[in-house]
Design a binder for this molecule. Sequence first.
Ligand code: SOE
Length: 386
Amino acid sequence: MSKRQVRIGMIGYRFMGKAHSHAYRDLPFYFDLDVEPVMQAIAGRDPEAVRQAAGKMGWKSYETDWRRLLERDDIDLIDIGTPNDTHAEMAIAAAEAGKHIICEKPLAMNAEQAGRMLEAANRAGIVHMICHNYRFVPAIRYAKHLIDSGRLGTIYHMRATYLQDWIMDPKFPLVWRLRKEVCGSGTHGDLMAHSIDLARYLVGELTEVTGMMDTFVKCRPIGEMSGGLNAQVVDDRYGEVDVDDAVAFLGRFANGALGVFEASRFGKGNRNGNRFEINGSKGSVRWDMENMNNLQLYLDDDEKGMQGFRTINCTEEAHPYAGVYWPAGHIIGYEHTFINIMHELMRGIAGNFSPEPNFADGYRNQLVLDAVERSALTKQWVTIPT
Ligand code: SOE
């Protein structure tokens, strides 16, 4: 018997569009699914670019207005991979049209918008997720298993850094990720949102925060608006950078643990340095995205004299998701984190539930982002609403 189809309409087709398209294509290759994902249509404003993207990435059709995807009755799921200022409008309209949704992070420009998106999704009873792909790294899921099963004991600390360096040249242009009206915040919403998601996933809710933010290069040449990490200058005029280049905060978790977080796009030499360490009463874990298959684990009950951090290559059958790919030792990469998350999304649609992380997680994440921003402005500790 043929499987129920999930016909996807994706909005945006650049960096995240490429990652998501690749995931949909590869998904049935690795996972036994109860539904069949169908790459039905993509939407983008530039007719020639969207036509080419559809052809290259394997989409059956394309639209030049995203609203058309919502009108079409051959679309079941809307995938939003556009700049942050568009997420709320698109997601609320998609929910009202009865479409399931996966949305890129950060969910919105602020918690008020994110709350409205969550309400709209709940009201419509659709399946929704936010694309925090790092939760789907086998090593991170294994760390979660170790924490939840008590192997690390009581958790005292989480220390996370997320460092990149692609905007350090003062001549790097003023792309959308550096304009508040388009992205809401800079490094904070782009990178810190991932660390906050991992903190909530691995340790629990944060209750209060105190933070600081800064912008090192305050004016930049005007560049391609849609430009990504390799954007070019297109105009010799300069514009103001009104978002943070770097952010740091201290946080308390509801379970008593302490968190120290730093995110920066001025971390010279770090291309995608997403890292954390968690310390418990019985052990610790360390993880680094640039070596994503490995988890460093310290266990206090190891024999004296042999204690120390060991490296676990999380590619064994015992490691979440690893078994569906290659035999042990044959590592996976960034793109597989998207295949794994899309697999959860398909499970959710088949079973009519919203797998985590969903819009509720996106909303709670946004509450923390907003609180850190407020704290940086007021120089006070800020309580996160429950
Ligand atoms: C660019 O800073 C970026 O692509 C982020 O937007 C992603 O969320 C992160 O995973 C990698 O870096």
